[in-house]
Ligand binder design. Structure first.
Ligand code: RB5
Length: 148
């Protein structure tokens, strides 16, 4: 799917454990025509994932970017960090099915990946499916509204 209009921006951030995968996915996003807001870090030096998870979650919550991608070693810390913010629905995904369901059922707006757990090709599948799959709405809409 070709991105268009305000949907074109994707924010991305990681910690050192997710840095290599972030770099690979940023290149993929750019090649697909997305406007990428890389919120860091710029090297694989050790950093604290809550700092980068918070910055990206605030960008989503503020509307600066409609979608985001977070990567840490396991994906767990970034999920916890991002989901502390109202309006952020961050989904830790391990394969294409979890990425598809995160969109269809949960209207996830942040894809979270574990850079030390997932292979790069599976991560690419997750990213593509996350970006292309619409929310189903209906009964899922009612449930997502209850999340606040
Ligand atoms: C960093 O060593 C690691 O703890 C972090 O990347 C992440 O897996 C935390 O959940």
């Amino acid at each position: 799917m070709t991105p268009s209009g305000s949907d074109k921006t994707v924010a991305i951030a990681s910690d050192h454990g997710g840095f290599a995968l972030k770099e690979a996915l940023r290149s993929d996003l750019e090649a697909l025509g997305y406007s990428v807001d890389d919120m860091g870090p710029d090297t694989d030096d050790s950093v604290d994932y809550p700092d980068f998870g918070r910055a990206l979650a605030e960008a989503i919550a503020d509307g600066a970017a409609p979608r985001g991608v977070l990567v840490c070693g396991s994906g767990i810390g970034m999920s916890i960090a991002a989901n502390r913010h109202a309006g952020v629905r961050a989904a830790l995904c391990h394969d294409g099915l979890s990425a598809r369901l995160s969109r269809q059922h949960n209207d996830a707006n942040v894809l979270v990946l574990g850079g030390r757990l997932i292979g790069v090709e599976t991560a690419r599948d997750c990213l593509r499916i996350f970006l292309e799959t619409p929310f189903e709405g209906g009964r899922h809409g009612r449930r997502v509204e209850k999340l606040g």
